[in-house]
Design a protein around this ligand. Sequence first.
Ligand SMILES: *Cc1c(COP(=O)(O)O)cnc(C)c1O
Length: 280
Amino acid sequence: MNKLKCYLNGAIIPEETAQLGLNDLALLRGFGIFDYFVFERFQPRFLEDYLDRFYRSAKCLGLVSPIERENLKQGIHQLIAANEQPSGGIRLVLTGGYTPDGYAPTVGNLFVLQSPFPGPPPIQFERGARVATYQYQRELPEIKSLNYLIGIHLLPWLKEQEAEYILYHDGKYIRESDRSNFFLITEDDVLVTAKDKVLAGITRAKILALARKIGMKVEEREVSLAEWKEAKEAFLTSSTKGALPVSFIDGKAIGKGEPGTHTKALQAAFLALVAEEQEK
Ligand SMILES: *Cc1c(COP(=O)(O)O)cnc(C)c1O
């Protein structure tokens, strides 16, 4: 594997020489945001949607980007070209910046890292993913912040549950997974997903639009915890997963305990949309 370059505050440099000072609030307090998308044939997928969310997250948190959107966009294209890999993942990170007193934010540091495409293992698409529920509400859920304290802390717990992903709920309502949005399909074929207190996933929005287009009934609303037990199908969405079927929640089978037909249809529609995007 040849060594990758990264982008740091406007410059494209070898990743191994990139440096940030230790006094950055992202390191001292975990204060910062990021975003993540994939690219194929050197083309970022749904780039404008991700940039919208990235700058929206920054604004919500009160972060100051050292780089304007158009310049960042150019930098992303330059980075992908410089690394000479046709496909992969791109991570944008904006930190709280170097702090004078260990607490107050300043102008942030902005960097972009490229990595090989890290989709879920194919077996998860074949048999469906296993999910374990956990009571937790993400702080400032509309922001894609750097804080994954609970999700990462729970990795050993998740393994004990023989599950691959967490499903957060607040004791009453289902929210989302640690890095994905959650959908279920009711007995009477309605596609349901949480509307509030979740991250506005780009894949979530695409899937909702596709479902409406193919004539599915869609409800964005509070999803009660009891509902998954009655669901016919369930799936997770994220940039790296598309629509990943969920076959078991807390060890209980969803439907027949295998990927459902609506989920497969939505995943196919999503892949078709992605292919269409590439042709543009
Ligand atoms: C990134 C993320 C998602 C998925 O968003 P996409 O834009 O579809 O990748 C959902 N929930 C959380 C908490 C996330 O961090």
